[in-house]
Design a protein around this ligand. Sequence first.
Ligand SMILES: *[C@@H]1O[C@H](CO)[C@@H](O)[C@H](O)[C@H]1NC(C)=O
Ligand SMILES: *[C@@H]1O[C@H](CO)[C@@H](O)[C@H](O)[C@H]1NC(C)=O
Ligand SMILES: *[C@@H]1O[C@H](CO)[C@@H](O)[C@H](O)[C@H]1NC(C)=O
Length: 205
Amino acid sequence: MCGVNCWCFLPFLLFLIIPNLSSFASGYGQFSYYGFDNTNISLDGAAEILPGRLLQLTNGEANIKGHAFYPAPLHFRKSPNGTVVEYFSASFVFGIIPTQPALSSEGIAFVIAPTKDFSDALPAQYLGVFNNQNNGNPSNHIFSVELDTVQNPEFQDIDANHVGINLHGLRSWQSSPAGFYDDSTGQTSNLSLASGNAMQDLGRL
Ligand SMILES: *[C@@H]1O[C@H](CO)[C@@H](O)[C@H](O)[C@H]1NC(C)=O
Ligand SMILES: *[C@@H]1O[C@H](CO)[C@@H](O)[C@H](O)[C@H]1NC(C)=O
Ligand SMILES: *[C@@H]1O[C@H](CO)[C@@H](O)[C@H](O)[C@H]1NC(C)=O
């Protein structure tokens, strides 16, 4: 999936706020952020820490990108060159605030990558992770979970409000309309990603 050392980060695009809790854990390391003021986190592009401990990835301007990375690489393989890869789980609270009602671009992605340098990546539908040259290239070694609020036919997006699991590019390996499972009713309900409300993403792999 990726090299011995991987950078784990909470990137991108559009308007992203991560309030109180963001955490990541694998057998070989874990971290939590309870707010982002006075924390050691690597930011680039439009990303900034706002008063009130919030991390804002982009600021509503068109065609910009921003990244926030955990500052140190994490180990995913049990031994150098080993084939056994650790499981991991990640959880973060986010909000996507459209600049105009019902018009959001383009979404955010949780990314595990062998580098923190995404200077060549494009904003907008590339989510600040890929560009038109490297999209889909297995040598990217990039795993991502996209929270995508625009349907891009070139990436075979299923709709304009979905969660996708991506390997090396923007065409999802698996995707599903955004939703949540309600423990009390046992039902899955739809969820609008770009509602502006705080939401929690919880994943385990
Ligand atoms: C932040 O974390 C990095 C990676 O672990 C480390 O090299 C650096 O010294 C830390 N910076 C501060 C200010 O603690
Ligand atoms: C891991 O693989 C690289 C590239 O094939 C090789 O240079 C290195 O010696 C290997 N390391 C170990 C510990 O086997
Ligand atoms: C939930 O979303 C799916 C897929 O977009 C749609 O087919 C379904 O009608 C929606 N359900 C409700 C209750 O809105």
